[in-house]
Write a protein that binds this ligand. Sequence first.
Ligand code: NAP
Length: 251
Amino acid sequence: MSVAGKHVVISGGGSGVGAELAAQFAGQGARVTILGRRMEPLEEVSAATKALPLTCDVTDRAAVEAALTEAAAKNGPVAIALANAGAAPSKPFDRMSAEDFGAALSVNLAGVFNLWQAALPGMKEAGWGRMIAIASTAGLKGYPYVSGYCAAKHGVIGLTRALSLELARTGITVNSICPGFIETPLLQRSVDNIVAKTGMTPEKAEKSLRASNPQGRFIQPAEVAEAALWLASEGAGSVNGSALPISGGEI
Ligand code: NAP
């Protein structure tokens, strides 16, 4: 892989997929900055990876700008913007408030827009860049009780496709990764939610989620991080505007 020495900014870098992204990019010699709202998990990841931890809410455009300015001062211009922060709270559509819907769009879609747009000037100047979003199979198909999340993730795929064309001659590629259920704290919260709402046992709730994957298992964070490393590499320079499923064949 060819990310050695390159500066990668990873939103949501304090847990789950983001923590694994930080570990794998650091392992390949990249200079890593991780963003999240809570410093404690960021510091834990930083201790293991030497990543620069910065608190930042990706829904706050000014905060994202400020974080990237600080990150660039310490780690150089951002070459790879990895929009990974996300949240998947679930509710039936008829009980969702306008605020619930707005919050889902804000973190999962506007958060990607904020990070990518703030990283763009440095990439344009360098004539090279990689915009990568951790979207979801929920960007390619529907799931019940997470309509705001699905709408946002479909939006990320649309943003990816449009921006990839806009930037096609700049040396910058734009791609999304679409995993099925991944074994992370976010998945654990979904399981806890099903247990609380339905009275199912945790084992049964997990089994019901695993069943959506034809391979009958959860995706591992490392499998997502390896795909991101490849998309960030020189060899993937012609891969642009894609929505890459990592789902065991679910889609
Ligand atoms: P996770 O462990 O809950 O990680 C999400 C991270 O995002 C947390 O570190 C959280 O840190 C950060 N975050 C949340 N809201 C934020 C905000 N407003 N600003 C900045 N950071 C924020 O979940 P994960 O499973 O690793 O999820 C990573 C990505 O994969 C998400 O985009 C998710 O939609 C996607 N995905 C997950 C699954 C799955 O089954 N787990 C499947 C497909 C796609 P703070 O709380 O400290 O801010």
